[in-house]
Design a protein around this ligand. Structure first.
Ligand SMILES: Cc1ncc(COP(=O)(O)O)c(C=O)c1O
Length: 454
């Protein structure tokens, strides 16, 4: 029999519904709170920030939510994404493990992010919104929203974390190609940005600061809303096309994963690959071991506290219960900008809290080592964020070799690294260091968590 390398679906097989894990969880995540009143917020509180179509999804407990036709039509451009069997990597590792990866780098922006930028732009357009503001860390989300803006005729303004803006100048040119504006954050264009610059003129920025700038701009500009590329329930929901496709592709392969692995920044690509499999398990299907991989110097799930916190640094967002390092925590400037967020999606936090997923943290050098080994075997150059998932995958495959067992391991190759070559150059030049985060800064940020009545 031929050794199949990629399992492909047709455009007809693109899921017609998004899958909402909330419907199957024994306990839903605690409510989002208004920071002023401490009371659960309602749809009207979110209306200045998001269009109603998105807000309805944010609070929905329905198991399946229909994907609008115009959204599915655009998803056809790159979906269904391929599921690969990493046969050459298996050989290189001399492992009995069966390694599979879902490749989201086939999207026009190079990552999983367009899976949610397209529907978010759609619902904004439907409501007559003219402009969307956002933040971006790695540049992948900003690129994805820029692309969606071009498809739907919306103006897009992106605040890009300064350290990434400097590391990846071509991401800005990419966004500009699609008609978007890209500004290094912290900037002097918002009160939040100016406040940071007054105190820290050399600030390299953080996702928390960039979110503050984007939210502030959205709220004070007419016909403008804000879009977030991760963390929130509706974003995780949109990403479930990944795992739903993977379920069907495993049918084609005649296999089923024992282990599912994703890297976690705000939690969206991890949720996208893992939640549909977890849903099967919660409805009586086969149990899977789920591993969430994060960077050791922004260790939200492994070192953070499960508490109510703000999503941004200037405290303009509602309070969400999540694993957090404290909204003022600024991680060292390592080369995986998409994973430098102080918090974690409330739904992913709840899944970890309930014991359905195990978090794990790695330093960047061991992740780049894994990414290079993967690239040399499989021919795809991964985004530095994805290297975290690859590290865990290789470690699990090596464990299979030691123990002489064959497990099926699935990981999400959430993006390619073609705009991240400076990071790879630094790695090859021996200029990439495993910097530790500052323990006293973390303690201070945690001490500053808002107090919320039980
Ligand atoms: C390629 C890639 N992977 C992962 C992430 C992390 O985000 P999330 O945890 O929401 O998937 C990002 C964020 O920018 C990214 O660009």
């Amino acid at each position: 029999m031929m050794d199949t390398v990629k399992y492909l679906l047709t455009e007809e097989d693109i899921p017609r519904f998004w899958y909402n894990l909330v419907a199957d969880l024994p306990e839903p995540p605690p409510p989002v709170l208004h920071p002023g009143t401490g009371q659960p917020i309602g749809p009207d509180d979110l209306a200045p920030l998001f269009p109603m179509g998105v807000i309805e999804q944010e609070v929905s407990a329905e198991r399946y939510i229909e994907i609008p036709g115009p959204v599915r039509d655009i998803l056809r451009q790159w979906r269904p994404s391929p599921l690969y069997r990493a046969r050459r990597l298996e050989k290189a590792l001399d492992t009995p493990a069966r390694i599979y990866y879902k490749y989201e780098g086939v999207s026009p922006a190079g990552s999983h992010k367009p899976n949610t930028s397209i529907p978010q732009a759609f619902y904004n357009k439907q409501q007559g919104i003219k402009r969307i503001t956002t933040e971006t860390g790695a540049g992948q989300w900003g690129s994805a929203l820029a692309l969606a803006g071009a498809f739907f005729g919306l103006e897009i303004q992106v605040f890009m974390v300064k350290v990434s803006f400097q590391q990846k100048p071509y991401r800005r040119a990419f966004m500009e190609t699609f008609g978007a504006t890209c500004i290094a954050s912290p900037s002097d264009q918002t009160e939040s940005g100016r406040a940071i610059l007054r105190e820290h003129p050399d600030s390299t920025g953080s996702l928390g600061i960039a979110i503050s700038e984007a939210v502030e701009t959205a709220v004070r500009t007419p016909d403008t809303r804000y879009a977030l590329g991760s963390v929130l329930n509706h974003v995780l929901l949109h990403q479930t096309v990944i795992g739903q496709e993977a379920l069907r592709q495993f049918d084609l392969a005649g296999d089923y994963p024992d282990i599912v692995i994703g890297c976690t920044g705000g939690g969206s690509n991890f949720a996208g690959i893992a939640f549909p499999f977890l849903g099967e398990q919660l409805r009586g299907g086969k149990a899977v071991e789920i591993i969430a991989v994060e960077p050791a110097n922004c260790p939200t799930l492994t070192k953070g506290r499960y508490a109510y916190d703000f999503g941004d640094t200037a405290h303009l967002t509602p309070l969400v219960k999540m694993f957090t390092l404290g909204s003022t925590f600024i991680p060292p400037g390592f080369h995986a900008g998409g994973l430098r967020y102080h918090g974690m999606a409330p739904l992913v936090s709840q899944v970890v809290k309930l014991g359905y997923a195990n978090p794990r943290a790695y330093h960047q050098q061991e992740c780049f080592e894994a990414g290079v080994q993967f690239a040399r075997a499989e021919g795809i150059l991964p985004a530095p964020e994805a290297n975290h998932a690859i590290r865990a995958t290789i470690d699990e495959a090596l464990r299979c070799r030691e123990e002489g067992i064959s497990k099926a391991i699935l990981f999400n190759l959430c993006g390619h690294g073609h705009f991240d070559m400076q990071a790879y150059s630094d790695y090859f030049a021996g200029k990439l260091y495993d910097q530790e985060y500052d323990e006293s800064e973390l303690a201070m940020a945690l001490a500053g968590l808002p107090s919320v009545a039980a």
